[in-house]
Ligand binder design. Structure first.
Ligand code: SAH
Length: 277
């Protein structure tokens, strides 16, 4: 039986994390915090800033949003900033070599309530460096990319301006969500249009799956890390597109474990005890 699950504007906004990677200007961190606070967003994660981070300039540009800066979390890698996230969206100023699911800010806004229904979900919006944007590896950790349509002559927004546009779309989505929308109610939206039976896999479990997949594919000689081509990127795209739930992910890991055993059959009695019946 479905439990009654209420989603309100503040519930949504509290669970959206703005992730800034490799920011080089403290002023942009402050201005991003200000952009967030005006729209009711609270979670800021800083990944390996290329500046001192929260400096007096950042605080000045935050202009009263210093509480967001104080509560900001600091990370060495994108993965630790995303651990608990179940929907990861990368803000990208330009198109990339390998096409990836892409949405407009409006489409992002329309999808947001459904993505946040049903389970304890944190959504991440990931922003790149002022000079180089996001790397391919970072973009490949996202379920979808969002591009703010800009003039074709000059497409790159200032980092905090990009945060402002997408934070505004988050707020529009939150305000349009009728308070008390319930997963038990007909017509409530989920990512797949129906109430799902298992929570979607989070980032940490998904990354562990990809590591396992790469290891096993290397062991069986299907993947050559010295000549990777785009195998792992394409497999990432396939699995990210399907939005695995936790049970599906566990089944896939179970299959990989069986393949691992066929490759390296257990030898000792302890190993044999662990073999499946
Ligand atoms: N020169 C960089 C752009 C950096 S702007 C590049 O060519 O990629 C800093 C960040 O702001 C980008 O990484 C992206 O996250 C965000 N951003 C800037 N313009 C954007 C746009 N038009 N759509 C989506 N995100 C954008």
């Amino acid at each position: 039986m479905a439990h009654l699950f209420c989603i309100t504007a503040s519930f949504m906004l509290e669970r959206i994390r703005i992730v800034l990677i490799g920011t080089s200007h403290p002023g942009n961190i402050g201005a991003a915090a200000r952009a967030m606070k005006t729209m009711g967003l609270e979670q800021l994660a800083l990944v390996a800033p290329r500046c001192e981070g929260i400096t007096p300039e950042a605080i000045a540009r935050a202009s009263g949003a210093d509480d967001i800066l104080e509560r900001a979390t600091h990370h060495d890698s994108l993965d630790t900033a995303l651990t608990d996230c179940r929907w990861v969206v990368g803000a990208s100023a330009r198109s990339r070599h390998l096409p990836w699911p892409l949405c407009s800010p409006r489409e992002f806004s329309a999808r947001l309530p459904g993505e946040m229904q049903g389970h304890d979900v944190t959504v991440a919006l990931v922003f790149g460096r002022e000079d180089k944007g996001l790397t391919n590896e970072e973009l490949q950790r996202c379920h979808t990319h969002v591009h703010i349509p800009t003039s074709s002559d000059y497409s790159s927004l200032n980092l905090a301006a990009a945060v402002q546009v997408l934070a505004y779309e988050c707020r529009q989505a939150a305000l349009a969500t009728p308070s008390g929308l319930s997963e038990a109610m007909p017509g409530s939206v989920h990512p797949f249009g129906v109430e799902w039976d298992n929570p979607l896999a989070n980032h940490a479990d998904t990354e562990r799956f990809f590591e396992h997949l790469e290891r096993t594919l290397t062991d069986i000689g299907f993947h050559d890390p010295a000549n990777p081509r785009q195998l792992m990127a394409r497999l990432r795209r396939l699995y990210m597109r399907s939005r695995m739930d936790v049970m599906e992910l566990n089944m896939l890991r179970g299959i990989l474990t069986r393949v691992d055993r066929l490759q390296n059959p257990p030898t000792g009695p302890a190993d044999q005890d662990e073999s499946p019946h």
